[in-house]
Design a protein around this ligand. Structure first.
Ligand SMILES: Cc1cc2nc3c(=O)[nH]c(=O)nc-3n(C[C@H](O)[C@H](O)[C@H](O)COP(=O)(O)OP(=O)(O)OC[C@H]3O[C@@H](n4cnc5c(N)ncnc54)[C@H](O)[C@@H]3O)c2cc1C
Ligand code: SF4
Length: 468
């Protein structure tokens, strides 16, 4: 039980608001939306934490960061100590402080949230990570090299977390990445205005490299080299597959092959990785004046807000209501502030095009909510004779993704389930001895922190498997 006076005081101070770029200004640029806390704000916010004896926040952090401990260090002004506490459980704190769905995890279970506002754990984590990076980062202890080679497929959060833990244990780790830049979705999916690449993602990847991890880009595992060849030809003793879920889904409606129809993955990759947003880049993207984005998750919000910044008027088309939107509340709030229009209870039935094969409208049908389905959410039902058209120049489909089948197809004895996800147990062990897997490749599209957690558990399992 907390001291009642402390609890009352923390509730009275209220959560320290975070400074953000003005919505009208940021709608026209790719600079980071949120400025984060400065030292004074961080100290004040940290003073609200009750340092609970049984901290519920830690129980709901998928990588078990010792939250009250790091916040106590912030409160004492010992920011580098705070960074050390976080670093023992997370290799990507500046990323997680920015993109984790804290409202459903640590902050969602903070005791202060029962009657008032939870401690801003994510903003404090971000402050500590940014502060520590500016001072050169946290020195990490590393076991002596053991010469045992482990291969990691994919350089997203699961691969980076697995690589980093194994390197700390002394393994000789190589990450193989198909794209020309490492980072997975952190690099090609989540836009610059939410997650700056040069300032945040790349330094965090550099800190994994600093542990001795080698990263080989432009390698398609399954084509350039197979998993069997990694074992038989290259002498790797174990492989972790963290290849994500990058295969986009479409609706299967007429008109999806017209010019101007994109998957959100393609659209975001062209903007983020190929820098279409940068006027000096030689790989621009056509986006059109009016864009419809179909879907209601984080990916839909990112695609919509990117299209807006590229100069379009954007409408999000979603078949349920605002209450069921799967995107983080903060992202929906930011999208609304920036002027994105939401058309709820609306489902596309056809994409219409002109005589030259370019999109010119999206035909939709109005929906209503029926009984809850297997997911517990009320299922959308089309309303008869309610079809209408929205004039648009481009349509971006953000309907979810599945794992790419390449690795499963080219690896003998690797079991997958019907959606193409690799079958793995809690530790990441797959049906193929020596092959471990985790992150979106196993769960389907999920979150950064769950992928990191899976990478860390697999690193422990690989260590147990290889240790003589
Ligand atoms: C646009 C977008 C926004 C998101 N926003 C959030 C958010 O705000 N918060 C959050 O927590 N989560 C968010 N997510 C989800 C989150 O990013 C993912 O759950 C997470 O990145 C999964 O990590 P991973 O390591 O499993 O895979 P990924 O990040 O997908 O990384 C997999 C890597 O493997 C590489 N690869 C694939 N196949 C091969 C191969 N055959 N050979 C070599 N390399 C290969 C890929 O190129 C990629 O780099 C978002 C996802 C997207 C797409
Ligand atoms: S963050 Fe919240 S739940 Fe966690 S220790 Fe502090 S007050 Fe308690």
């Amino acid at each position: 039980m907390q001291n009642r006076e402390e609890l009352k005081m923390a509730e009275k101070i209220g959560r320290v608001p975070v400074r953000e770029q003005d919505p009208k200004v940021r709608a026209g640029n790719f600079e980071e939306v949120c400025y984060g806390y400065n030292e004074k704000e961080a100290l004040l916010e940290a003073s609200r934490c009750l340092n609970c004896r049984n901290p519920r926040c830690v129980q709901h952090c998928p990588v078990g960061i010792r939250i009250p401990e790091f916040i106590a260090q912030v409160r004492a002004g010992a920011f580098q100590e705070a960074a050390r506490v976080i670093a023992s459980d997370s290799s990507l704190p500046a990323v997680c402080g920015r993109v984790c769905p804290q409202e459903t995890q640590c902050e969602g279970s903070c005791i202060l949230g029962v009657k008032g506002e939870p401690v801003a754990i994510g903003k404090l984590e971000r402050f500590v990570a940014d502060w520590s990076r500016a001072q050169g980062g946290v020195p990490v202890e590393k076991a002596p090299a053991n010469g045992i080679k482990v291969a990691i497929v994919g350089s997203g959060p699961s691969g980076l977390a697995c690589a980093s833990d194994l390197a700390k244990l002394g393994y000789d780790v190589t990450i193989f990445e198909v794209l020309h830049k490492p980072g997975g979705v952190l690099q090609y999916g989540i836009p610059e205005f939410r997650l700056p690449k040069q300032r945040v993602v790349e330094p965090e990847i550099d800190s994994v490299r600093a542990l001795g991890v080698k990263i080989e880009t432009n390698v398609v595992v399954g084509r350039t080299i197979t998993i069997d060849e990694l074992f038989d030809r290259e002498g790797f003793k174990a492989v972790f597959v963290g290849s994500g879920a990058g295969l986009p889904r479409f609706m299967g409606i007429p008109g999806e092959s017209l010019n101007g129809v994109f998957s959100a993955n393609e659209f975001l990759t062209r903007s983020n990785l190929m820098r279409a947003f940068d006027p000096s880049s030689d790989t621009p993207i056509f986006v059109g004046k009016r864009v419809a984005v179909v879907g209601g998750g984080n990916v839909a919000m990112d695609a919509a807000r990117t299209a807006l910044r590229l100069g379009s008027q954007v409408t999000i088309v979603y078949r349920r209501t605002e209450k069921e939107l799967p995107a983080r509340a903060e992202e929906v709030h930011h999208a609304l502030e920036e002027g994105i229009v939401f058309r709820m209870l609306t489902n596309p039935v056809e994409i219409l095009g002109d005589e030259k094969g370019w999109v010119n409208a999206l035909r939709c049908i109005q929906m209503e909510l029926g009984e809850p389905d297997a997911s517990g959410r009320r299922s959308p039902i089309p309303i008869k004779d309610s079809e209408f058209e929205i004039p648009v120049d481009a349509v971006i489909m953000a309907l979810g993704t599945s794992p790419n089948p390449l690795i499963a197809k080219t690896t003998k004895g690797l079991e997958t389930e019907r959606h193409g996800c690799i079958v793995a147990d809690e530790s990441g062990a797959t049906s193929r001895p020596g092959v471990f897997a985790g992150g979106d490749a196993v769960t389907g599209a999920a979150t950064v922190i769950l992928a990191m957690g899976a990478g860390r558990r697999a690193a422990a399992a690989i260590d147990a498997y290889l240790r003589p």
